[in-house]
Design a protein around this ligand. Structure first.
Ligand SMILES: *Cc1c(COP(=O)(O)O)cnc(C)c1O
Length: 387
C-alpha cells in the first residue's frame, strides 16, 4: 500500500461524523428581510444577523447599482497600489465621524480585520488577555502572533484584573481583547470598566463591536463608539449594515502603522465599489432608524420573557441575540428540526462554536420581524415544550 496523502482528511471527517459534528452547507434563497426558501419550503428566518433588514433595503441596493455603474465592478488593486478611490476615503472619513474616533480604515471582512490587525499589534513577548468567549477571528490573530494568550472567564473583570496585575513588567505589550455584544450569548461587556482597567494597567484595549454596531449605542453606532479609552474598535458591515466588509476605528498613528505593517490590509484587493456604495447608504440610514431599534429592543425583551416562562434558558442575553441554551447537542438539533417543520429557521449552534455542554438555538431578531411573527415563534416554542 502506498502512502495516502489524503488520509488526514478522511480521518478528520470520520471523526466529525462519529461525534455527529459533521457540518455541511445548506442552500437557501432569500425572499425578503425575514423569509427564505429552503428546499421549496418557505421559512421565517430567526438565524440571520440582518438586524435591521438592511440587506434588502432599496436604498442600499440602489447605491450598489449606482456605484458599480459609476466606478466599475471591482476595485482592481490593493489600497496601496491603485485601489484607493475617493469613495473609499470619503467612507472612512464618514465612519470616523459617526464612530467618534480620530480615523477609520476599511478591511475586507471582520475576520480579516481581527485575524490580521491583532497579528500586527502583537509580538512574541506580548501578553494578550482574551475573554473566554471571543470570536474565532480574534483568537486567530493572537495565535498567529505567537504571543502569550491568557483567556479569562467570560465577563469576569475581577479575574481579568488579577491577570493584569500578574502581567505587569512581564511583556513587551499588554492587550485586552473582548467583544461588546457576544455573538453566541447576546450579552454585553462592561465597556466603562474595561476602559478603566486598560487605563490602570496601561494596556491596549481592543473591542469587537460586530453585533452592536447598527443596533446599540448613540445613533446606533455601537457600544465602543464615542469612547476615548477604546484604543482599537472593530465594526463589521455584514450584520446590521446588511452589506459586507469591516473597519477599524483608531488613532491616526495606529492607522498609519496598519497601512504599513498589517499584511491583511496591504496584500488584498480593495473593497469593490458596489460594496462601498451599500455601506455608505447604510451609514446614512442607520442614525435615522431609532424607531426600528426600539421595536427590536422591545421584541427582544418580549421574547426573553416568553422563553423564560416557557422554561428555556436565554442565559444573560441583553440584546437582539437570544440563545436557548440546552446542555445536549441532540436536544438543540431536535428543537431546530421541529421548528423547521413549523416553518421556522433557527439553527442549532454546537461545539466547537460554543463550549461543550452549552449547545443552543441561537435566535437572532430583526426589526423587520412583526409582532405576529414573534408571537408565532413563541407559540411554536410553547408547543414543543408540551410535546
Ligand atoms: C461575525 C463576526 C466577525 C466576522 O465578521 P465578518 O465580516 O463576517 O468576517 C468578527 N467578530 C465577531 C464578534 C463576529 O460576530
Amino acid at each position: 500500500m502506498s502512502f495516502d496523502k489524503w488520509e488526514f482528511v478522511d480521518r478528520a471527517l470520520a471523526e466529525r461524523q462519529q461525534q455527529q459534528r459533521n457540518r455541511s452547507l445548506q442552500s437557501i434563497e432569500p425572499i425578503d428581510a425575514v423569509h427564505v426558501l429552503r428546499q421549496g419550503q418557505k421559512l421565517l428566518n430567526f438565524s440571520a444577523n440582518d438586524y435591521l433588514g438592511l440587506s434588502k433595503h432599496p436604498a442600499l441596493i440602489a447605491a450598489a447599482q449606482i456605484y458599480a455603474q459609476q466606478y466599475g465592478a471591482g476595485a482592481t488593486a490593493s489600497r496601496l497600489v491603485a485601489g484607493t478611490y475617493a469613495i473609499h476615503e470619503a467612507l472612512e472619513q464618514q465612519l470616523a465621524a459617526a464612530y467618534g474616533q480620530e480615523v477609520a480604515l476599511l478591511f475586507n471582512s471582520g475576520f480579516q480585520a481581527n485575524s490580521t490587525i491583532l497579528a500586527a499589534l502583537l509580538d512574541r513577548q506580548s501578553i494578550v488577555l482574551c475573554d473566554r468567549l471571543v470570536h474565532s477571528s480574534l483568537l486567530q490573530g493572537v495565535l498567529t502572533s505567537r504571543s502569550r494568550l491568557i483567556r479569562y472567564p467570560h465577563n469576569d473583570l475581577a479575574a481579568l484584573e488579577i491577570q493584569l496585575q500578574t502581567a505587569v513588567g512581564q511583556h513587551s505589550r499588554l492587550v485586552i481583547v473582548t467583544e461588546t455584544v457576544f455573538s453566541m450569548d447576546g450579552d454585553r461587556s462592561d465597556v466603562d470598566a474595561l476602559i478603566a482597567l486598560a487605563d490602570r494597567y496601561n494596556a491596549i484595549l481592543y473591542l469587537d463591536d460586530a453585533h452592536a454596531i447598527g443596533v446599540l449605542g448613540k445613533n446606533g453606532m455601537g457600544l465602543a463608539a464615542h469612547r476615548a479609552g477604546v484604543d482599537v474598535a472593530i465594526g463589521t458591515f455584514g450584520k446590521a449594515f446588511g452589506a459586507f466588509g469591516a473597519f477599524v476605528a483608531c488613532s491616526q498613528k495606529l492607522r498609519d502603522y496598519l497601512i504599513n505593517c498589517c499584511p491583511g490590509f496591504i496584500y488584498t484587493t480593495a473593497l469593490p465599489p458596489a460594496v462601498i456604495g451599500t455601506i455608505a447608504a447604510a451609514l446614512k440610514l442607520i442614525p435615522t432608524l431609532e424607531v426600528e431599534r426600539q421595536h427590536l429592543a422591545d421584541s427582544a425583551e418580549t421574547l426573553r420573557q416568553a422563553v423564560r416562562s416557557i422554561g428555556f434558558n436565554p442565559g444573560a442575553s441583553s440584546s437582539q441575540i437570544i440563545p436557548l441554551i440546552l446542555s445536549d447537542e441532540s436536544q438543540a438539533l431536535q428543537l431546530s428540526n421541529w421548528l423547521e417543520s413549523q416553518g421556522i429557521l433557527a439553527i442549532a449552534i454546537r461545539p466547537p462554536t460554543v463550549p461543550a455542554g452549552s449547545s443552543r438555538l441561537r435566535l437572532a431578531l430583526s426589526s423587520c420581524h412583526t409582532h405576529e411573527q414573534l408571537k408565532y415563534l413563541i407559540q411554536c416554542l410553547e408547543k414543543f415544550q408540551l410535546e
